[in-house]
Write a protein that binds this ligand. Structure first.
Ligand SMILES: [Zn+2]
Length: 401
């Protein structure tokens, strides 16, 4: 994926050498020109002229370092200047659009949630995305020229090359030309990716997947998806749809799933599946403090913590099936980590204990067991951080992960 800026001081900033130098300054700064030359194996004059260009564009800043030896000249040290350029990240979930602004270090400096009204048309959804961007620019007094890119993490099936949301099941929309539409309006480069894959990228840069060559990130919400990282690369498959763990079948006699099959993991373990199971329990007259009217994942956690057996059983069953699917993935890929993301995991051991028990029971001795499992620590903004990371990757590590 190449990053071709259209506007502002970024014009002509793309080149592999520039990206390599910027990435070294990002990860190892403050650093001297001489050390950059050593690490990149570029000649000192090449480093000098690229650094001058980056400095001119206010991308990096200089400071005087400590002298190496007595009487020696103090080296000029370079570090990333995070005060001039920003990235807008959007996460298009089922019922909400999250908009964040990050600096070049991936730090989130603004975040806003906008509810999505029921069943928008394609045009209405695109207008909502644009309004989120416009109000973010306004609220933060940001100029168009200070935005280096817009990243969009979209639920469902995405074509990242064309920037099209091919199928957004929770909105019941297909073929949404997100990249084209936003670039036409804002003249800022736009990158689009599936939400769980964007999250996986964020885990790799800033989360539990940092410096881990092989890991799997599993996200549980209304649906269930996964991102698979093999040898420092995200595995996309031929059709950009790899990782659909939610539609792997965990019980051939199980309930019908939204995809049309029977017994998919999503039909047992997603937030929607848990709430459906509880509704059935309440209707069948099971003893519980839960009521059908105010049923939410939060109320389920609270009831389970108070010892409500119906709520505890629902979480336990969700965890058991998740554990089964995770064990299968562990046996196939032997990742060193399995990172779990989603509100569900805020339930702690109520959900994690049955997952870990099932994983330990069902994985081979040659695979990592439940010790590979770790909840994400990126929090609720993980997907939106991932959206920003799409743009950061295109600046600092084009073509990399
Ligand atoms: Zn399914």
């Amino acid at each position: 994926m190449s990053f071709i800026p259209k506007t502002g001081s970024f014009e002509g900033m793309k080149s592999l050498n520039k990206s390599a130098i910027m990435n070294i300054i990002r990860t190892q700064g403050p650093i001297s020109r001489a050390d950059i030359a050593k690490l990149t194996k570029l000649t000192p004059p090449t480093v000098g002229s690229i650094v001058a260009e980056l400095h001119q564009a206010n991308f990096i800043k200089e400071e005087t370092g400590a002298a190496k030896s007595q009487g020696g000249r103090k080296p000029i040290m370079l570090s990333l200047d995070t005060s001039n350029y920003f990235i807008i990240g959007l996460y298009g979930a089922a019922e909400v659009i999250t908009t964040v602004v990050s600096n070049l270090d991936g730090e989130i400096i603004y975040s806003h949630n906008q509810e999505v009204f029921t069943s928008p048309s394609q045009e209405e959804f695109l207008t909502m995305l644009k309004e989120c961007i416009q109000s973010t620019l306004r609220t933060n007094s940001l100029q168009y020229s200070s935005i280096v890119g817009i990243g969009v993490a979209m639920h469902g099936l995405v074509d990242p090359e064309e920037g099209i949301a091919l199928f957004a099941p929770h909105l019941n929309l297909t073929q949404i030309p997100i990249k084209e539409s936003l670039e036409d309006t804002f003249s800022i480069p736009v990158l689009v990716e599936n939400d769980v894959r964007a999250l996986t990228l964020a885990e790799s840069w800033y989360g539990k997947g940092k410096d881990v060559s092989d890991f799997i990130c599993i996200s549980v919400g209304r649906g269930i998806g996964s991102g698979i990282v093999l040898n420092h690369k995200i595995y996309t498959g031929k059709y950009n749809s790899a990782g659909e763990i939610g539609h792997t079948i965990v019980d051939v006699n199980g309930p019908r799933c939204k995809c049309g099959n029977y017994g998919c993991l999503e039909a047992f373990s997603s937030e929607s599946a848990i709430l459906e199971k509880l509704k059935r329990g309440i209707r069948f007259g099971r003893e519980t403090i839960l009521s059908e009217t105010n049923l939410s994942i939060d109320s389920v956690f609270q009831a389970a913590e108070k010892g409500d057996s119906l709520a505890q059983e629902a979480l336990e069953e969700s965890g058991r099936y998740l554990g089964l699917a995770i064990a299968n993935l562990i046996n196939i890929f032997t990742p060193s980590k399995v990172i779990l993301e989603g509100k569900l995991f805020e339930a702690g051991d109520l959900i994690l204990a049955p997952i870990r028990a099932m994983v330990d029971r069902s994985t081979l001795k040659s695979s990592p067991g439940s010790e590979a499992i770790e909840p994400s620590d990126l929090g609720k903004k993980g997907m939106a951080i991932g959206a920003c990371t799409l743009v950061l990757r295109s600046i600092f590590k084009p073509g990399g992960f």
